[in-house]
Write a protein that binds this ligand. Structure first.
Ligand code: KIV
Ligand code: ZN
Length: 558
């Protein structure tokens, strides 16, 4: 019988699991391992100046646990650790963390690196999985427990010799998700006892890694719930998660494991880290934020964070990366654009209708919370619809296209985008609007319009129009109940179509001395539909007559 290459991972025995009916209602503690797990996996690791900039950014975001490196791994790592301490670069409420293998000479060097620090976490690890013990270490279980216990005692003794520093302990049974869960528990209990001073105030951090994502997220949650339920002094430990993303489910695994009772999450910004990386903390944190949980983290200028991480790591962020990708909040498709446009305009009704301040189609979070308010949410290509085009003109130019005009404008913009064969800019959308509706080419050119109120009845208007028709100047006059109706009566004497203007839409664009009126005038043609023209002028009546001339040129063109 041939042995299969892979097999379905077995679940642990937990028929009364509770986590599926739990919700995450409060924030875990967050720990950044960017400068260790993330940095060790970069093609070009950061130099000390870059590391310092990264560290300061993590502090600004609000991280209180920051794994700064692996001080015993190299002189550079050690020196950077020392620089932070000696140059007093660590905020008082931040714990710096240093990783070490559970080996005596490395532990000694690691603790040397911590000398003089105010608050630190020594993080030791060992892999208790059968895979590691049999294939890598050649060790049996009792020997592995002995090694971890001896390492813990050594760390405790060295930490006790630094009473001026608040040194805490973190222990990781590496490959937790590939290890017999009862053996992991036994190991962690032994380590906890060896540390000997875990209390609710100063808990030992038991970090339970999915070092390689070999299982689905629900298995991780089961294993975390099992650990939380069975650890003897649960209130004296912090249960910490550390997931990698080999199967692309690290965020899901982390969320389910939080439901299962974990207290703390280790990860990196944008998921840097070995192979497919660690869990992406930007996604985890903003997921909770988007559900109304105070995470204690500040991503209000996510663009700056993204730019800094890209520059310092030399690795670009993918366009569709949640929250930070340049397309994360962009809608190209017409129906999405239309719905976003409507939803944003009706936002003030959201609290009454949905009991929350933000509820917009296709946008689960307000991009401006992440400092993304100035960028384009809606982008225009040949798939785009009228709503998106109207949105772009409103957002970028303050132009509010009336609903009845939107389908026709949409068709022109689409045709333009198809012709150029690419996404088009807001300026190009504006140009299409200008050239099709405001200043279309045609036979008519308005030279001037002088409306004059009647001497006896100021509501009655005598209008005189000077216009060029195919280059030849003409002057016509007529009367009306207002400036626009007098103009229509006058111009109707020289144009070849019969049209009326019943009603039109106007708006102001800009403020103060620069303000302009925009008039959107539908010309109703005798039995032949409606054609819009748009006019701009500092005077609303002049804007309306310009709109009529634009409409007449459009009719002539058609
Ligand atoms: O992934 C892992 O298991 C680790 C440990 C050292 C915590 O990075
Ligand atoms: Zn890791």
């Amino acid at each position: 019988m041939s042995v299969p290459k892979y097999k379905i991972p077995e679940m642990i025995d937990l028929p009364d699991r509770q986590w599926p009916s739990k919700s995450i209602t409060q924030s875990p503690q967050w720990c950044s391992v960017d400068m260790r797990d993330g940095n060790q996996a970069l093609p070009d690791p950061m130099d000390p100046d870059q590391k310092l900039e990264y560290f300061q950014m993590l502090c600004e975001i609000g991280f209180k646990h920051i794994e700064v490196g692996f001080p015993s791994a190299s002189q550079d790592e050690f020196d950077f650790f020392r620089k932070l301490i000696e140059e007093d670069l660590i905020p008082d409420d931040v714990f710096i963390m240093g990783l070490t293998q559970s080996r005596p000479h490395l532990i000694e060097r690691t603790l040397e690196a911590f000398k003089g620090c105010k608050r630190g976490i020594v993080h030791a690890y060992i892999a208790p999985s059968d895979l590691h013990m049999k294939q890598v270490f050649g060790m049996e279980r009792p020997q592995l427990i002995e090694t971890a216990v001896a390492a813990t005692r050594q760390i405790r003794a060295l930490a006790d010799a630094m009473p001026e520093s608040d040194i805490r302990y973190e222990f990781s049974p590496e490959e937790y998700t590939d290890t017999d869960v009862d053996f992991s528990l036994e190991l962690c209990e032994a380590v906890f006892a060896a540390w000997g001073k875990g209390t609710p105030e100063k808990p030992v951090i038991m970090n339970l890694p999915a070092t390689v994502e070999r299982r689905p997220p629900n298995h991780y949650a089961d294993m975390i719930e099992y650990f939380c339920r069975n650890f003897s002094k649960r209130d004296c430990i912090t249960v910490s998660l550390h997931s990698h993303n080999d199967q692309g489910m690290a965020v899901a695994a982390t969320e389910l494991a939080l439901m299962a009772g974990a207290d703390r999450v280790e990860g990196t910004l944008f998921g840097h880290g070995e192979r497919t990386g660690n869990v992406d903390l930007v996604t985890c944190i903003n997921n909770l934020y988007s559900r109304g949980i105070d995470t204690g983290m500040d991503f209000s200028d996510l663009g700056h964070v993204a730019e800094t991480v890209e520059r310092l790591t030399g690795m670009p962020i993918y366009y569709r990366q949640p929250y930070a990708g340049s397309y994360a909040f962009t809608a190209f498709s017409g129906s999405h654009q239309d719905a976003i446009n409507k939803g944003v305009h009706k936002l003030s009704e959201a609290p009454d209708r949905f009991g929350m301040g933000w509820k917009v189609p296709y946008l689960h979070i307000d991009p401006s919370d992440l400092g993304r308010k100035f960028e384009r949410l809606i982008r225009i290509n040949s798939q785009s619809g009228k709503g998106g085009i109207a949105w772009v003109l409103e957002q970028d130019f303050g132009i509010e296209i009336p609903k009845a005009m939107q389908p026709e404008l949409g068709r022109y913009v689409q045709a333009y985008s198809e012709k150029v064969g690419r996404e088009i800019s807001a300026d190009e959308v504006h140009q299409v609007f200008q050239s099709e509706f405001v200043a279309p080419e045609g036979p008519y050119e308005l030279i001037g319009y002088w409306p004059r109120p009647d001497d006896n009845d100021p509501t009655f208007i005598h209008g005189e129009v000077k216009v060029k028709v195919n280059g030849g100047e003409k002057v016509v006059s007529a009367d009306g109940n207002g400036p626009v109706s007098a103009f229509v009566a006058a111009i109707n004497q020289i144009v070849e179509v019969d049209f009326t203007v019943d009603d039109y839409h106007e708006q102001a664009v800009g403020k103060g001395a620069d303000a302009q009126a925009l008039a959107y005038v539908p010309l109703k043609l005798e039995g032949n539909g409606v054609v819009f023209g748009v006019g701009a002028d500092s005077n609303i009546n002049q804007a309306a007559v310009r709109a009529i001339v634009a409409g007449l040129n459009r009719i002539a063109k058609k």
